[in-house]
Ligand binder design. Structure first.
Ligand code: NAD
Length: 353
């Protein structure tokens, strides 16, 4: 999604957390609890300042509200962001303090992994609160690292987008993949297994090399991946990658990837549409992980999570149908559908009260 810091339409509950003993500095944002408790992962990142951390948490939380609504989950949207302490720090103490902050929200916020956090961090959080998912996998129940689920949803969306825009199967396409971390590496494996040609890039050269060896991918430099000669560009690193500079450089005619907040601003979604580039809205295609998190938290069987992830392409098709009917670009059509879904939930709640 594209973020606009429009405070009037941003009724978020922003909690700032500091714990001197562990060095924790975090923001937990509850953007919407209309459809259920605010759910969204916990990101740990190096932010230049406090404001940058809060802004990122707000934009990610809003995206989670829309993602959860369109994935038809009984969840609102929220996000936690931890400012990575400088130098060495006690990771266990930090995540225990974060767990206490989550517990203080009494189930109104449910956390899980995101960029910079791992399954073992969530196990530490679990020592302080039960409002956490993405815990180690146990037999016969949902859980574990959500990344492969996210990758599976992106893969299905990409198959659909290739047929729609390129009129050929994904196996006949070249994909330029930016970021081969948890999701990107899993997605690369799936694409390779499907016979797709791959170009990969990562600021961590070792990760890029490892994936290249495993998949036969070509490695591109960090600066050139956006303009790589590919059919599909798959952003799987950080947000804001589609902006007034990069959109014009794209050679791909489909953009479909896992990264949250890919559009730097809504106008970039229009720029993509003007160039006849199919943009698969990020939060529509990357919901696989939160679907698995929801299944774990709500006690749904793994089969239910899997079935819902398999519907990713159908949900994307609905967004494009809406875009065609309304004349909106896909990113705007998705935002409108999500807001309508949340508003309908609000109306239903009022009627039931
Ligand atoms: P990750 O931290 O495991 O991987 C991110 C990778 O991107 C890292 O390897 C990093 O080195 C690389 N990277 C960072 N900046 C880069 C750049 N400029 N160019 C190339 N590579 C760069 O994170 P992840 O869990 O794989 O998530 C990736 C993206 O997908 C994030 O935006 C995240 O919010 C989003 N997402 C993840 C999930 C999930 O299930 N993990 C779910 C939904 C959305």
């Amino acid at each position: 999604m594209a973020f606009q810091m429009d405070r009037a339409s941003f009724p978020a509950d922003v909690r700032l957390v500091r714990d001197q003993a562990s060095g924790l500095e975090a923001a937990i944002v509850l953007h919407s609890t209309t459809l259920g408790p605010a759910a969204g992962g916990c990101r740990m990142w190096t932010y230049g300042d406090h404001e940058a951390m809060v802004t990122d948490a707000c934009r990610l939380a809003e995206g989670m509200s829309y993602k959860n609504a369109l994935a038809e989950l009984p969840l609102g949207g929220g996000k936690a962001v931890i400012r990575r302490p400088e130098g060495k720090f006690d990771r266990t103490a930090l995540f225990r303090a974060f767990g206490r902050a989550v517990e203080a929200l009494k189930g109104n916020y449910i956390t899980a992994e995101d960029v910079g956090t791992r399954v073992d961090d969530m196990s530490v959080v679990r020592d302080e609160t039960r409002h956490v998912a993405g815990l180690p996998l146990r037999a016969d129940r949902s859980g574990g690292d959500p990344s492969p689920w996210t990758a599976r949803g992106v893969f299905l969306a990409m198959e659909w987008a290739a047929e729609r825009r390129l009129e050929r199967p994904l196996s006949d396409c070249t994909v330029a993949l930016q970021g081969v971390g948890h999701v990107g590496a899993a997605l690369a494996g799936m694409l390779h297994a499907a016979g797709v040609r791959l170009i990969v890039s990562d600021v961590d050269g070792k990760s890029a090399a490892r994936v290249a060896v495993a998949t036969g991918a070509t490695v591109a430099s960090v600066g050139s991946i956006v303009s790589a000669q590919a059919d599909i560009f798959a952003p799987c690193a950080l947000g804001g990658v589609l902006n007034h500079e990069t959109v014009g450089k794209l050679k791909a005619t489909v953009v479909c990837g896992a990264a949250n907040n890919q559009l730097a601003e809504p106008a970039d979604g229009d720029r993509l549409a003007d160039r006849n580039i199919l943009y698969a809205p990020d939060y529509v295609v990357n919901a696989g992980g939160i679907i698995n998190v929801a299944a774990e938290y709500l006690g749904w069987p793994q089969t239910e999570a899997a079935a819902r992830v398999e519907e990713t392409a159908a949900r994307l098709a609905r967004v494009f149908d809406h875009a065609a009917r309304s004349g909106l670009a896909p990113h705007a059509a998705a935002d409108r559908l999500a807001r309508e879904t949340i508003a309908a939930g609000r109306t239903a709640r009022r009627a039931a009260a």
